[in-house]
Design a protein around this ligand. Sequence first.
Ligand SMILES: *[C@@H]1O[C@H](CO)[C@@H](O)[C@H](O)[C@H]1NC(C)=O
Ligand SMILES: *[C@@H]1O[C@H](CO)[C@@H](O)[C@H](O)[C@H]1NC(C)=O
Length: 764
Amino acid sequence: MRPTLVLLQSQCLLCVLVGVSGPGVVASLPHTLPWHVSCPVRCMCQIKPWFSPDSVYHEAPTVDCNDLLLTRLPLPIPPNTHTLRLQSNLLSRLDTVVLHGLDNLTDLDLSQNRFSRVETITQSSPLSSLLSLHLEENHLSQLPAASFSSFPALQELFLSHNNLHVIAPGAFTGLDSLLRLHINNNRLITVDPRWFRPLPLLEVLMLGGNPVEALPERGFLALKSLRSLVLGGMGLRGLAEKALEGLDGLESLSFYNNLLTKVPTQALMRVPGLKFLDLNKNRLKLIETGAFRDMVHLNELGLNNMEELVSIEIAALENLPELTKLEITNNPRLSYIHPQAFIQLPRLESLMLNSNSLSALHQHIMLSLPSLQEVSLHSNPLRCDCLFHWAAEEASRPRSEDARTPRMVRFIQPQATLCSEPPELRARRVREVSSREMSASCLPMIPTSSLPSYVGVREGGKLILHCRALADPQPEVYWVTPSGLRLGPAPSHAAKVLPAPAPCHSLHSSSVSPSQPRDDAPCNPSKLYRLLPEGTLEMNTVTSSDAGLYTCVAENALGADTHSVTVGVHSRENKKKRGMRSNKKGYKLFSNDAGFEVREVGQHYAILSWLSGQNLPSTRLSWQAIYSNAHTPTYSTRILAGTQSFNLTHLQAETFHRACLHSGTGEEATRVTKRSGDSRTPQCVSFRTKDVPVPRPSLLLSPELTSTAVTLLLLAIILLLLAGQGWDNEQGAHHSTVLQKIKSPKSPIIIVNQKTGGTLAEAK
Ligand SMILES: *[C@@H]1O[C@H](CO)[C@@H](O)[C@H](O)[C@H]1NC(C)=O
Ligand SMILES: *[C@@H]1O[C@H](CO)[C@@H](O)[C@H](O)[C@H]1NC(C)=O
């Protein structure tokens, strides 16, 4: 029996992986036979099937005294007893005399009893035939040196679910034949390499469920025969490069339910024989490029149940010639798999991607997997548009026995693989939508699940924001910082990959009136922003002045989508500074007293409003367009005391804008702002001006149509479709809202978050 990842999703993973050399097929077991012997009262004596740890079948004379509330060993135990079962009793010591003479005792089950000292068991006369000793769920807290030396033949030792917190370096001395050791679910806080030195034949080691935060380097060096290592539920945050060194025979490795934030690539390179790897339920955010590169024997990989996983990057899995099954499921924020995420996986047959936040699976992925037979995509918010043409095309192709026809990839649960977008195809089965019904190109969409609306960072810490968008044509992704810097590839033409750190682009142009205060325009070249190719913004050494609204924009020729994230900076000193609001957790937030919001948006204007009382004489409003031209000017105006709203006019239509309200405290406010935190952070909102009404679409399509005209036409069609949909269903209501007010759970921060689709809907 070999381990499988089939059950990886369940809690039972650990037991499955342990089945490496366990008993074989249950179905073909021979029947129990009667055993005519004088049996201890209330026990059952029978000849039962028994498999040795190396899977050899025995007909074993078995005395079964489970669940009898025994406090002493029952009498008389027949001398040729092979298996003695004493599970679930109240034993706290073993009577040496009783066990004396049980020369053939092979399997002794003392699990679920009250043993607190291992000496009370091992001081019995040597049991030289004993192969299996079960001591799970007792009260053992320590293992002294040579604890089990009276059982020299022992092959399996089960010590899980005790209170072990001290294991002497030589505790397992004398167990030269041990194949399997379970010390999971105890209270060990370190792993001592000396424990394993006497165990050269050990094949299975279960260490999980101990509060070990870090494994030592070369800790398993002695375990040359180890095939399966289970490190689940330990609180591991990372893995030393040499943590797994020496595990030359390791085939199966589980890190289920730890706190790993990165794939431990360096450590995994030391176990080239690995076939089964389980990283389920960790804190991985990204599967980075090269994370699993060249694991030439890897057969099955599990990346399930990760709350924070958002993206599988380009070439994340590369050159895995034996990988046949890949499971990436139940990751609620996983919204992006790079079209070239999987490279050289010639044998991948099964790709499980259900229950994520994926809107699509790019056609490149399907084309790059020559052996793929089945894919599971159900329970994802799938967009049945251009990105899914491949699925429709495959479905419409007639099945054929001819080997030369393109292969059919089977959808697992096709009846549950439904479109969620666009509205007119919602709830249709993906496989039943024809490619004619799917649009030929698609607008960028930033999945809301990938980015939170609020992120708190410690002062001096690192800010990392991941923004991803799939579209066709491939969108360009850039960020706009609170101070108006546009971080991203140069618009339209230039190179796609921006060298990091990004050059400092300021949106402020020198043409802005000199009277304009520059407190929101510190284009500080020493500030290290990094924009990674797929849209990740990184900033080292965050200061309180970095707090504010960060907006990600994904744009292609058809349109754009934005998503804004409020970044709060957790101040290092707990001192409250004047003018700085802190919530209970000490995060510096925008002062939200003013309730700054967007009231109304038109094609060329937007009405902003706020509460009175905050606009001191120096209150100022600034705004700028966020569009593909990096150097749009920032405009600024003073706000008369007492006013509560302002109509921004002469705006460009169909353009993202950002406006900030600076509630100053006096003429010196500008200068003060530049010093750390001693100012009011401006409050900002983003919005998109409405689209220009589309002229009645002429149906005379000419090849000279400009891309703009195509866009407008497309928009018009979408509008017509939307108009026909009605707004009473949930999704429609969501998209008809141009301005969504997202409140942070802590404090009513106002973020205006607009969806391209929503804007379209309003323009009807
Ligand atoms: C132990 O098993 C062997 C072989 O099965 C048998 O010959 C021997 O009598 C058994 N010993 C006892 C004490 O029953
Ligand atoms: C705001 O300005 C625009 C453009 O000048 C105008 O059409 C609109 O009516 C104004 N709205 C209000 C409420 O004044």
